[in-house]
Every structure is written in C-alpha cells, then in structure tokens.
Design a protein around this ligand. Structure first.
Ligand code: SF4
Length: 219
C-alpha cells in the first residue's frame, strides 16, 4: 500500500474519530469520560471488534487496555501479530454503564446503542477494508450475525461479514479471564482453534482478478 493511501486513511479515521467524540446520540455519550473510537494500523489485514469500552478503556480513551487488552495482545502474538499490526475497536464507542450502590459497573451495550453507533463501525470497516474480521464475544457477533447467534455452538467457523469480508467469532478475552477450574483450559483451547483459523485465512493469497481475454479468443 502506498504511503499516500496510508496517510489518506489515517486522516479519514482521525476525522471520523472527531465526529464520534462529539456524538451524544445515546445517553452513554454524555456519561462516558472518553470516546473510544479505535486504534491500530489503518491498512491492517485483521480487524478485531469487541463489544464496548470498559472502565480502563473509558479512562484512557483506548480500546482493549487493562487485563483483557493484555490477553488480547497475547492472543494476537500467538498467531504472529503485534497489536500495532491490527486495527482494534468496539461496536459501541462509549462505555455502557450500570449504576449500582457501589458505583458504576460495565454492562453490555443495548440494541439501540449498537444501532446508533453502527455508522461509525461501518465507516471503520469501509476505510480499513480488512482481509479478515475477528469478532470478540456474543454482543459483537450478534451485531453482525443476528440476535439468535449462540457463541458456544456457533463460534469457530467462517461467516460472511460486511462487504463479504470473512468473519470469525471467538470468546471475548474478558470472558476467558472470568473462567475458573477446568473450564479455563477448554475455553482457551477453543480460542486457540479460532485463532489458528484466522492465521490460516490471513496466509491465503489474496483473490486475483480474472486474466484479460487474449487476442486469440477475440471474435
Ligand atoms: S455509543 Fe456511539 S452513537 Fe452512542 S453516543 Fe457514543 S459514539 Fe454516539
């Protein structure tokens, strides 16, 4: 990819991030500390999409930091990718919270929030045009594949994502971290299987345009 193309994508992503930062379409837009638009290589071949910012992400304005982010970095490293090689974002750009007597807690984004934020996500996918999308967790998977998507049964296979981009679903790193006992090994094994599929897909040669018809076959 040319330096000009890379610079144009960087500029376009920065402009869209500024729009997202000014957005107050949902109540959480006024409650969050920072808008967490996304970060990474604007020319990435892999786009990683989670559900929404948590407390640390909200504080720092960056996606997948904190413990879940550290695990994501290790997951990417296991298939030979540095965090900087991919583009990372969420289906909603503001932290969805629940008010409890002990303070604000994270919650999954609700359908109106996901719908409101979808144009920002669609814009990112269009600008980056990755070879593969990896959706982390059920909310991200359902936003692409419908509300009946059952992650335990339906992860680990290829789906057609936006613009026909191959889409893989695996468990969210925060879910992996919540597992205990024997469950943790089973979940880690499934995540590893999914990541290997992603690596294989990324290693496939990109589709080539059909050859031009030689003069021999002209009418
Ligand atoms: S979640 Fe998205 S649509 Fe809702 S206020 Fe934040 S940026 Fe706007």
């Amino acid at each position: 990819m040319s330096l000009e193309e890379r610079a144009a994508r960087t500029r376009a992503l920065e402009e869209a991030a500024a729009h997202a930062s000014a957005c107050r379409k949902c109540a959480i837009g006024s409650e969050r500390r920072n808008n967490v638009y996304g970060e990474g290589d604007p020319c990435a071949r892999l786009m990683v999409i989670g559900e929404g910012p948590g407390e640390t992400e909200d504080k720092l304005g960056r996606p997948f930091v904190g413990r879940a982010g550290e695990l994501l970095n290790k997951m990417l490293g296991a298939i030979g990718l540095a965090r900087e090689d991919v583009y990372i974002c969420n289906i909603v750009k503001c932290r969805p919270t629940l008010s409890t007597p002990s303070g604000l807690r994270n919650r999954a984004p609700d359908p109106p929030e996901i719908a409101n934020c979808r144009p920002f996500l669609d814009g990112q996918i269009e600008m980056i045009n990755p070879a593969v999308i990896l959706a982390l967790g059920a909310p991200a998977a359902k936003s692409f594949l419908g509300s009946t998507f059952a992650i335990t049964k339906m992860r680990g296979r290829w789906y057609e994502g936006p613009h026909g981009i191959p889409l893989m679903v695996t468990f969210h790193p925060a879910y992996v971290l919540r597992q205990t006992g024997g469950e943790i090994n089973a979940v880690k094994r499934m995540v590893w299987d999914d990541l290997k599929c992603v690596r294989t897909k990324l290693d496939e040669p990109p589709p080539q345009p059909p050859p031009e018809q030689p003069a021999l076959f002209d009418a």
